[in-house]
Design a protein around this ligand. Sequence first.
Ligand SMILES: *[C@@H]1O[C@H](CO)[C@@H](O)[C@H](O)[C@H]1NC(C)=O
Length: 241
Amino acid sequence: MLLRKNMILMVLFVIFGGSYSKIAPDYIVPCPGLKPDCLKKNIQETLPHFVKGIPSLGIESLDPLYEERVELELPGGLKIEFTQGVITGLRKCIVESAKYDGLEATLVFNCNILLKGKYKANGRVLIFQINGDGDAKIRSHNITLKAKVKFEDRTHDGVIYREIKEYKVSYKHNDRVTFDMTNLFKGNPELGQTVLAFLNENWDKVIEEFGKPVIDRVVQSTLNIIKKFFRAIPRDELYSP
Ligand SMILES: *[C@@H]1O[C@H](CO)[C@@H](O)[C@H](O)[C@H]1NC(C)=O
């Protein structure tokens, strides 16, 4: 009789334990009461792990972030095609502040971002008509990113997930952005160098005109990956009351 009871307990334990196994990686440690100081410290410590993605859950890497191919039609009719894009730097962002209130989080990061890839571009940039095809490297040091993220609870198969409903990211360049592009004018390297120097001197005007669509695209790719994280990991593993 006693033996049977133990058996039943054991079976129950296995079933219970099996169905409640944790999905979140071990580096995820919820902040009790979601206090800003804890969140800031926690997000900072989690970042280098988090950016690697979680392949078993289909969550891709954020650093490096890969963009196979991006085509943009920018103001003034400039057409740009980026391929083999690799964006690095997110793992070293400094968390300046983190706040969670109701279902809304506000995070401020300070980052150095490097974007590398192949580009093809055709059209006007400031005063130049370019026709380029080469390597591109764009470096943005000391960029402040402020993200406001709204969440909503959704239930799938009886499990509650706190998913990203909408987000808004604003940014500010505290330092100059540098461009390094080869072959801005097909077959005329001297002119290419001259124009490149001009773009670097006038980086703020270049960013004012073309920065937003490029950054929006990177933000969108980043958030699409982060959304998968919140869709895959139950709310109770991310939040503690
Ligand atoms: C970033 O920019 C801010 C504002 O200009 C400045 O106070 C800070 O020292 C800069 N940080 C770095 C690492 O350059």
